[in-house]
Design a protein around this ligand. Structure first.
Ligand SMILES: [Zn+2]
Length: 250
């Protein structure tokens, strides 16, 4: 069994998020780092972001088409093996039993060692941002699918042979305990995010991402994000709460 420290690279990972660009804003540096090291990465997008604009030239259908194209380009930049779109309505996502079952089916099919998802408990960030209801719903549905549903033999046998996920890397959390050094992939993260032109318009997102990843690196306890062999703080980091669902090596 693995150790889920800063140097750990899973064989396979599944990022379950609500909207095209959620992965890019939050965990893309980690995903790109793992993919470069040989991890097979699957993106599961619960919506195609079909409400995500104030631009009246779009319909929900045409916007979804554009945003799926942007997500595919971004996934290619990040080195993901595949992107799955479940096409629920943007701003309408609810963690229903039906959604949980859809996710169990995907987890049992692709069998990820690690799942990445949002923290469904993180409602307020500072005094300026109320978390999007879809992010909370996606995080809740993902966690419920991972544990216990994906691993229960008597539950939904038609959804495929059971699978046990080893760890969940919970992002956008108010209680992080693990920091991953993304200094080597921060430019890839910015490039992937820049593929989401319908969301960014003319905005240069690089300064914001560099500042945020720099802040995370600064918050990491010294030595933690860089791994035991390289004490000290990395330049850029992403923060997670890691839920370890199997026993780790000593
Ligand atoms: Zn989002």
């Amino acid at each position: 069994m693995p150790r889920f420290d800063a140097g750990y690279v899973p064989r396979s990972a599944m990022a379950i998020y609500a909207h095209p660009d959620d992965i890019e804003f939050t965990v893309a540096g980690t995903v790109a780092k793992w993919a470069r090291a040989g991890c097979e990465v699957t993106f599961v997008l619960l919506t195609s972001g079909n409400s995500g604009t104030h631009d009246r030239k779009f319909t929900r259908k045409s916007l979804a088409r554009v945003r799926e194209r942007e997500e595919r380009e971004s996934a290619r930049i990040l080195g993901a093996a595949r992107v799955v779109f479940l096409r629920h309505g943007d701003c309408e996502l609810v963690p229903t039993l039906a959604l949980r079952k859809e996710l169990v089916r995907r987890i049992r099919r692709h069998r990820p060692e690690v799942v990445l998802c949002n923290d469904p408990q993180a409602l307020f960030f500072g005094d300026r941002y109320i978390n999007h209801p879809d992010h909370l719903a996606a995080g809740k549905a993902a966690l419920e699918a991972v544990f216990p549903c994906a691993e229960m033999e008597l539950l939904w046998p038609g959804a495929g042979p059971v699978h046990k996920v080893h760890a969940v890397y919970v992002s956008s959390t108010l209680s992080p305990d693990t920091w991953i050094d993304v200094t080597e992939t921060i430019e890839t993260k910015i490039a992937a995010l820049s593929a989401h032109r319908s969301q960014l318009g003319e905005r240069d997102i690089a300064p914001y991402i560099l500042e945020r990843a720099g802040d995370e690196a600064h918050r990491a306890p010294a030595g933690k994000a860089a791994g035991e062999k390289a004490p000290g703080r990395p330049k850029y980091a992403e923060a997670f709460r890691v839920m370890r669902l199997v026993r780790e090596e000593k």
